[in-house]
Design a protein around this ligand. Structure first.
Ligand code: ADP
Ligand code: MG
Ligand code: MG
Length: 246
């Protein structure tokens, strides 16, 4: 699968959260969106997921233009999104959360609970999630709750998985476990959009890096680039140089 965003601009009133953004994401690749808070990463992914209409630009799936009226349509096209803030019901089991979905995933329909329990077991074994479908969500460590969010997308057959700052509240060990899961999904042909501003993990997991600053693509980088180079792209070279002086 190949996903292409072409010339995406998203304005809120006169403010452009995204300006003429191009991005290509392919199966079996981790494409990182790197950018500081407010750079426009989530807005771009919300456009892709059908939550916002782009002001300008187009989305192509396997070279065919598509337009998603909402997350339900995006999911039916194979796009899954894990938002930065978990959308789980703490007192429900994992399987109940996955089957019911959240305010976005439910647009693709509620799933059969028994079938979902078996699917969770399959996915858990296949990718090393170590998630018990009958566990109560609030009893689980944050790192496992994060995996439940990913499972919510996988049971709905996501082939393009957007992970919006998935490590924001994880411990370093939970982060490493998540990176391993991402590697397995990639090996299985999933296309992954990984959003982060943590350079260590970005260097560890990315195949390609697109850097956004103030809504615009300011560069692409190779994961072997020095962290200082990535930082300079992300926040602006003058800012990095000034920081180094102090
Ligand atoms: P990031 O995910 O990179 O931190 P966002 O995409 O959330 O950045 O936000 C980019 C910019 O767009 C920010 O300045 C934010 O305040 C603004 N923004 C995001 N959503 C809206 C909205 N619904 N209305 C107005 N401004 C918004
Ligand atoms: Mg353009
Ligand atoms: Mg964001």
């Amino acid at each position: 699968m190949k996903l292409e965003l072409r010339g995406i601009t998203k304005r809120f009133g006169t403010f452009a959260a995204n300006e003429d953004v191009d991005l290509v994401v392919e199966s079996g690749q981790v494409h990182t969106l790197l950018g500081e808070n407010g750079a426009g990463k989530s807005t771009l992914m919300n456009v892709l997921f059908g939550l916002y209409d782009p002001t300008e630009g187009e989305i192509l799936l396997d070279d065919e233009p598509v337009a998603f009226a909402g997350p339900g349509e995006a999911m039916r096209a194979g796009i899954g999104m894990v938002h930065q803030h978990f959308m789980l019901v703490p007192v429900f089991t994992v399987a109940e959360n996955v089957a019911l979905g959240d305010e976005y995933t439910k647009a693709a329909g509620v799933l059969d609970l028994e079938a979902t329990r078996s699917r969770i077991r399959e996915i858990s074994d296949q990718y090393g999630f170590h998630v018990d479908p009958d566990a109560i969500v609030e009893d689980l460590p944050v790192g496992v709750q994060q995996r439940v969010e990913i499972i919510k997308a996988l049971v709905r057959d996501a082939r393009i998985l957007i992970l919006d700052e998935p490590t924001a509240v994880l411990t370093p060990q939970e982060t490493d476990e998540l990176l391993n899961i991402i590697r397995q999904l990639r090996a299985d042909g999933t296309a992954i959009v990984f959003i982060s501003h943590k350079l260590r993990e970005v260097k560890a997991i990315s195949d390609t890096i697109t850097v956004l600053r103030r809504g615009r693509v300011v560069g692409t980088a190779d994961p072997s680039a020095e962290a200082s180079e990535l930082a300079a792209l992300m926040v602006g070279r003058d800012v990095v140089l000034n920081r180094q002086k102090t």
